[in-house]
Design a protein around this ligand. Sequence first.
Ligand code: CU
Length: 175
Amino acid sequence: MLAEAERRMRMTSMVAGLAIVVAACGGEKKAEDQQTTAAPGQQESTAATTPAANAPAATAPAGTGKTHDVNMVLDGSKYKYDPDNLTIKAGDVVRFHNKSGGPHNVSFWPDSVPSGAADVLKKNMPDQMAPLQSPLETEPDAVYQISFAGAPKGEYKFYCLPHLALGMHGKLTVQ
Ligand SMILES: [Cu+2]
């Protein structure tokens, strides 16, 4: 029984691996021999978000527009995004800085973004710990960067997972 289950697992993983290889470059054979654990990462790295996914705090992904900075701070006893309301254009990049009172993160409510925006954010947010949720930023001055390339116009409401109950949330508008 166990052997049978294991064989199936292996088949599944090989099929998944093959699918990824085909999606990636159509030629490379190495993924066949890799364990299942390697597959999800590989799959993600084939997505259009490769630069951002590999370098959350480094250079801007290929964007066409401006970069906007938002600080995540503890101001007195108030946790907040500063600014907590900004207007950008599609193609702009927003950089969230972990300034004080962290860890912080950036989470979008899936029902409080424009139609079609969730798919864009899923591609443009590096290292999501859940759909539309950035990782927790723990390092001082850590930067989390989101490209709004291809983002539909409208309002995007977001919040900090650890500090939502303390009122840490914000809004950005893509014009
Ligand atoms: Cu926070």
